[in-house]
Design a protein around this ligand. Structure first.
Ligand code: FAD
Length: 416
């Protein structure tokens, strides 16, 4: 069945990118329709930040943009148009108070993601007319001066269409990569998608039983084919089958199965330095048990004991009986704890997708396709992924906002 209506804009996907676009389209009086696959919009938004919704980050623009890996320049164009301060004001105008943490993360003061979703929905006047849920868009066809958007037997006509279908992470929330197929139908190219913001499963996990321990500001080296392939530093969380935490999540896009990570739990840069330090400690500690003299800043006892076990040391062994080789072995585990990656966890638990619609075919300031007039993209469907800390939501909101600003200019000569 073909709808008789010719819309100014059709939005595919009711995540933060699509909802911000719909709210802005409503504000500017565009005729528009948002189609959402799930029975309700914003399902992923509701689980962000553990249900608290870390919607953006306050810091100098240059620092903020450095959290989008090699896409800083592209992401920056939309973000400068609708930056964190404007995003916060937008929600404040809707009655949402904001809380900025000491690290600069921004949450609604209520710490309820549902408040953010409701604010977006409240901005969409006549929701029944503009939001259609339970509809999975299967194809888009470009006609001479409009698009035909299809979901099963239903068809709609529109002058402009925004693909805001998200990536592939958390497929249970509706994001199964549909937007990639729609973009390809329109002639766009894709950068291969892969999980981002994902935890690691470790082979023969030597830290099992220590889940929940978090370690601060740990230097980590990445080894591939026995060559150093990267260095990172940050907070690590031990899980039941591997490791997670901000430094792991943010760099998951660089890791592969069979890579080796080594973590330094000491304050010494080199194994030899720690070995020397240990020798001095041992010399003055004679009859004391080895486990009682090793104290690492912010490393809990349970983990130190496990490292001693891994080094083949009986915890009750006295310092006087510790051999040079044993000192060397302990120093090796303390300064370069080896963890071999079994797998980077998949889309089921990854919080974002790296890869997606190639950005060199999309104009960063307007989110308009460079290939097809009237086609737009917003959010995670694009080859843009940010680190943890509110960066992915900021980009989804900014890109949805930027797309509608451009549609407005075209449709009504209004601008925003
Ligand atoms: C557990 C978790 C926690 C997170 N926490 C944070 C956080 O605190 N801060 C942060 O910045 N980011 C966070 N993220 C990432 C953030 O949620 C996403 O980057 C963001 O939601 C992307 O927005 P989007 O609008 O592009 O797409 P999505 O939010 O993924 O929404 C896309 C929508 O499109 C719909 N759709 C898909 N295909 C079709 C189709 N064919 N037809 C119709 N509709 C379709 C989907 O059902 C979905 O509702 C988190 C992600 C997860 C999984």
């Amino acid at each position: 069945m073909v709808s008789k209506m010719m819309y100014d804009l059709m939005i595919i996907g009711g995540g933060p990118g699509g909802l911000m676009a719909a709210a802005e389209a409503s504000k500017h009086g565009l005729s528009f329709l948002l189609l959402e696959k799930n029975d309700k919009p914003g399902k992923k938004l509701l689980v962000t930040g553990g249900g608290q919704c870390n919607l953006t980050h306050v810091e100098p623009m240059k620092v903020l943009l450095s959290h989008y890996h090699e896409k800083s320049k592209f992401a920056g164009k939309a973000i400068k148009l609708f930056p964190p301060q404007e995003l916060m004001k937008w929600f404040q105008r809707e009655g949402i108070q904001m809380e900025v943490t000491g690290q600069g993360k921004v949450f609604p003061s209520s710490r309820k993601a549902s408040d953010i979703l409701n604010a977006l929905l409240n901005r969409i006047h006549c929701k029944d007319e503009h939001l259609l849920c339970g509809v999975t868009v299967t194809s888009i066809t470009k006609k001479t001066d409009h698009f035909l958007v299809m979901a099963g037997n239903e068809k709609w006509c529109t002058h402009n269409v925004l693909i805001a279908t998200g990536g592939k992470s958390y497929p249970s929330l509706g994001t199964t990569g549909d937007g990639y197929r729609l973009a390809e139908m329109m002639g766009h190219h894709l950068v291969e998608a892969r999980p981002a913001l994902a935890a690691l499963e470790i082979k023969h996990f030597s830290l099992d039983g220590l889940a929940g321990i978090s370690l601060e500001n740990i230097p980590i080296k990445l080894w591939r084919n026995e060559k150093k392939a990267g260095e990172f530093k940050g907070d690590v969380l031990i899980t039941h089958d591997g490791i997670s935490g901000p430094v792991i999540l943010n760099n998951a896009r660089y890791f592969k199965a069979n890579d080796l990570l080594t973590m330094n739990l000491t304050k010494c840069d080199q194994q030899e330095m720690y070995q020397k330090h240990l020798k001095q400690l041992v010399e003055i500690s004679g009859k004391k048990a080895v486990h009682s003299i090793i104290k690492l800043e912010n490393v809990p006892r349970r983990l130190i004991d496990r490292l001693l076990e891994l080094s083949g040391i009986t915890p009750s062994l006295t310092c006087g009986n510790l051999t040079r080789d044993q000192r060397k072995e302990i120093s090796k585990y303390m300064t370069a704890l080896p963890l071999e990656i079994k797998q980077v966890k998949g889309y089921e638990t990854a919080m974002a997708t790296a890869g997606g619609v190639a950005t060199d075919e999309v104009a960063g300031t307007s989110m308009a396709s460079c290939l097809i007039d009237g086609l737009y993209f917003a959010g995670e469907v694009l080859n843009v992924d940010g680190m943890t800390g509110g960066y992915n939501l900021q980009f989804a909101f900014s890109s949805g906002f930027a797309a509608v600003a451009d549609v407005c200019k075209k449709v009504k000569g209004k601008g925003v």
